[in-house]
Design a protein around this ligand. Structure first.
Ligand SMILES: Nc1ncnc2c1ncn2[C@@H]1O[C@H](COP(=O)(O)OP(=O)(O)OP(=O)(O)O)[C@@H](O)[C@H]1O
Ligand SMILES: [Mg+2]
Length: 521
C-alpha cells in the first residue's frame, strides 16, 4: 500500500499539472472561439480533461492519499439530499427506497467523498439490475463488538454509523466477490467500466477508519455495508461554494508556481478575471517580492515546490510580513505539507488541480472576501471613534440604542472591528469565538440579537442559530458570510426563519441596515 501510495502520489502530481495546463488554456480559448466546430472540439477536450482528473482522483482515493476534509455530518440528511441526483442516475426502471433509522448518530467523514461513494454503489447496483429492480439505501446506528472485530481484519470495535446499499440485481459469484476491491477489476465490457469504483470506495472507507463489507450471491442481489465511525460532535451545516456566483476582482495576487507552463496558464486565467498578478517560481523569490513593499492581497501558492522554503513556511512568513493577506494553496497532490493523518490541516484553504476557471474565481473571491473583512477591521481601527453624542443627534439610531447583541466570530480582528461598529451604533455587545461558548453566553444573559459568522470552528453559525432560536424564539438572527453578496437566504441551507444576512466585507452602514431589518424598523 505504501509503495502504491507513493507511486500514485507522484504520478498524480505531474499528471494533474498537465491537466491544469490543458484545462486552463482550453478555457481561455473557449472564451475567444466562436466557430461552432471549434467550440465542439474544445468542449470535447475539456470533457477529456474531466475524465483524466476523475481517474487521478480515483487512484488517489484507492491509495488512501486524497486530502480528506472530515466534518461531522448526519448521513440520513445527506442521503435524502441526494434523492434527485440518485433518481436521475438510476433512471425510471429502478425504484429507490431510503430507510433512515430514528436517532441516527452523526459521523465524522468527508461529505463529498461519501456522496461519491453512494453514487458509485448506486451505479453498480443499476448496472447489476439490467431490466429494473429496487435499490434500498439504509442508514442506522451500529456497534461492532470485539467478537466481530476479531473476525475481520483492520476493524476497531466501537460505535459506527452504518450505510447499506442493496439491490435486487444479478449478484456476484464468490470468484468475482473476491476481486471487487482490486483496482481495474471489472466484468463490464471495455469502455463501460474502469473497475475503479469499488477500489475508490474501499480506499476512502479505510482512510476514514471505517469498515466495508459486501454480501452477495448470484441471483440474490447484493448488499454493500459501509461503517463510518460515530462522532459526538454536533452536525456541521455545509455551505456550498459551488453555488456561489463567479465574480471578477481587481486585487493583486502573488502566484507561486514552479512549473513555468502551469504558471503562465494560471496567471492568464487570473488576469482574465481582472486581477493584477505577480509571479514567483519558488518560495525564496516570493519572499523577496513580498518584502519589496508592493501591496499584495492574496498569496496563491503551489504546495509542492523546489528550494529551501516550503510552502507552509512561505505562507507563515508572508502573513507575518503582510498581516491580513489571504492565502490559498493549490496542488495536484498534497503530500504531507498541509495534510496530516489523511486530513487537511484546519484553516487551510486548498484548491485542487486541475480546477476550472469558475472554481478558481469562486475560491479566490471567497478567500479575498474573508480577508477584506479582516483588513477593513485594521483600517477602521485607526479611525478615532465617533464622538459620544453622535448617536443622539440622529434620532432613528435610538431604536438600536441599548440593543443587546451577541456577536460570534472566530477571527479576532473581525470580531474587534465588528464589536466597535456595533458599539458605535449604540448596541450593548457581548462576544464569543465559537458556537459552544455562544450557547453558554446565550444561556447566561438575555439577548435580542444574535449576530454570527456562518463558518465557525466546531458547530456552524447556522446550527448555533437554530439551537438558539429553539431556546429563545424571540431572538433575532443576523448571519455574516464570506461567500459574496448574492449568497445568503438561498445559498446557506437550511435557513433560520426571519434571519438576516450581511456579506463580508461589511461596514457600519450595512451592519446598521441589517439590524434595522432584523428589528423591523
Ligand atoms: N451491486 C453489484 N452487483 C453485482 N456485481 C457488482 C456490483 N457492484 C460491483 N459489482 C462487480 O464488481 C466489479 C467491480 O466494480 P467497480 O465499481 O469497482 O468497477 P466497475 O463498476 O466495473 O467500473 P467503474 O465503477 O470504475 O465504472 C463490477 O464490474 C461488477 O462485476
Ligand atoms: Mg462501478
Amino acid at each position: 500500500m505504501e509503495a502504491i501510495g507513493q507511486l500514485t502520489g507522484g504520478v498524480a502530481h505531474d499528471f494533474n499539472n498537465l491537466l491544469q495546463i490543458l484545462s486552463g488554456n482550453l478555457q481561455l480559448l473557449q472564451r475567444r472561439v466562436h466557430e461552432p466546430d471549434d467550440v465542439k472540439r474544445i468542449s470535447a477536450s475539456l470533457g477529456a480533461v474531466d475524465r483524466g482528473a476523475k481517474l487521478a482522483a480515483q487512484l488517489l482515493a484507492f491509495a488512501r492519499r486524497q486530502p480528506l476534509e472530515p466534518r461531522a455530518i448526519h448521513l440520513g440528511r445527506m442521503v435524502r439530499e441526494m434523492d434527485d441526483l440518485l433518481r436521475r442516475a438510476l433512471g425510471e426502471a429502478i425504484e429507490v427506497e431510503t430507510v433512515i433509522a430514528g436517532g441516527l448518530w452523526n459521523t465524522m467523514t468527508d461529505p463529498d467523498q461519501v456522496q461519491n461513494a453512494i453514487l458509485n454503489l448506486a451505479v453498480n447496483a443499476r448496472d447489476a439490475m439490467g431490466g429494473g429492480g429496487r435499490l434500498t439505501i439504509e442508514a442506522g446506528n451500529a456497534m461492532l463488538d470485539d467478537h466481530y472485530a476479531m473476525r475481520h481484519e483492520d476493524v476497531k470495535p466501537g460505535q459506527y454509523v452504518m450505510l447499506a446499499v442493496s439491490d435486487t440485481g444479478s449478484g456476484m459469484t464468490p470468484e468475482v466477490l473476491e476481486k471487487v476491491f482490486e483496482p481495474f477489476f471489472t466484468t463490464k465490457r471495455e469502455g463501460s467500466g474502469t473497475g475503479l469504483g469499488l477500489s475508490m470506495v474501499y480506499g476512502f472507507v479505510k482512510q476514514s477508519q471505517g469498515h466495508i463489507k459486501i454480501y452477495s450471491e448470484p441471483g440474490q442481489g447484493t448488499t454493500v455495508r459501509i461503517y463510518l465511525p460515530r462522532t459526538l460532535a454536533a452536525e456541521e451545516i455545509l455551505t456550498d461554494l459551488s453555488a456561489a456566483p463567479v465574480e471578477n476582482g481587481t486585487e493583486t495576487i502573488l502566484v507561486v508556481e514552479d512549473d513555468p507552463v502551469v504558471q503562465a496558464t494560471v496567471v492568464d486565467l487570473l488576469k482574465d478575471l481582472g486581477y493584477t498578478v505577480l509571479r514567483a517560481s519558488d518560495g525564496q523569490s516570493a519572499l523577496t517580492l513580498a518584502r519589496s513593499g508592493i501591496p499584495i492581497d492574496l498569496l496563491f501558492t503551489d504546495v509542492v515546490m523546489p528550494g529551501p522554503v516550503r510552502s507552509p513556511d512561505l505562507a507563515r512568513q508572508v502573513q507575518a510580513m503582510l498581516p491580513g493577506i489571504g492565502v490559498l494553496f493549490t496542488s495536484g497532490y498534497t503530500e504531507n505539507a498541509i495534510v496530516h493523518g489523511g486530513r487537511l490541516d484546519p484553516g487551510v484553504n486548498l484548491l485542487s488541480k486541475p480546477y476550472r476557471r469558475e472554481d478558481l474565481a469562486r475560491k479566490v473571491r471567497h478567500t479575498l472576501n474573508n480577508r477584506r473583512q479582516a483588513q477593513g477591521a485594521q483600517a477602521r481601527a485607526v479611525v478615532p471613534p465617533p464622538p459620544a453624542q453622535a448617536p443622539a443627534t440622529v434620532p432613528p439610531a435610538s431604536t438600536l440604542q441599548g440593543l443587546r447583541v451577541l456577536l460570534v466570530e472566530d477571527d479576532p480582528l473581525i470580531q474587534m472591528d465588528c464589536e466597535d461598529m456595533l458599539t458605535g451604533l449604540g448596541c450593548r455587545v457581548s462576544t464569543a469565538r465559537d458556537g459552544r461558548s455562544a450557547l453558554r453566553e446565550l444561556g447566561r444573559g438575555s439577548f435580542e440579537v444574535l449576530f454570527t459568522d456562518i463558518g465557525l470552528p466546531g458547530i456552524s453559525g447556522v446550527e448555533l442559530a437554530q439551537q438558539a432560536v429553539l431556546d429563545d424564539p424571540a431572538l433575532q438572527v443576523i448571519f455574516a458570510s464570506g461567500f459574496g453578496p448574492r449568497s445568503g437566504a438561498d445559498g446557506s441551507r437550511p435557513s433560520v426563519p426571519g434571519a438576516q444576512f450581511v456579506s463580508k466585507p461589511y461596514g457600519p452602514a450595512e451592519l446598521e441596515a441589517a439590524l434595522r431589518r432584523a428589528r423591523g424598523v
